[in-house]
Design a protein around this ligand. Structure first.
Ligand SMILES: [Zn+2]
Ligand SMILES: [Zn+2]
Length: 96
């Protein structure tokens, strides 16, 4: 799990700064899975570090998987992986 309340840079406290609709493709902030989204706005929650001023963005509403293999979270480490994996690719925990 990502700790939204702790700054990854300075370890200070992250304060919730608001929620914005970001137009995809406009800012170029999102790559990877986000690039698969065709269009539309993505709701993000913004946290601001009170120590160093770093901004962090988190998706408020993760997009539905569109035709991808369903994923599940490892009960041991929380990593997302395909449902049909026999064991966790990250920590090796057996899933069945
Ligand atoms: Zn900070
Ligand atoms: Zn795991």
């Amino acid at each position: 799990m990502i700790d939204r309340e702790t700054c990854p840079r300075c370890g200070g406290r992250m304060a919730f700064a608001g929620r914005e609709e970001m137009q995809l493709g406009q800012y170029g902030l999102f790559t990877g899975p986000w690039s698969q989204l065709l269009s539309g706005a993505l709701a993000v929650e913004i946290y601001c570090c009170q120590g160093c001023g770093r901004l962090e963005f988190y998706a408020a509403e993760p997009p539905e998987e569109a035709g991808a293999i369903a994923q599940t979270a490892c009960p041991a480490c929380g990593a997302l992986h395909d449902c049909d994996d026999a064991k966790c690719p990250r920590c090796g925990e057996r899933l069945f």
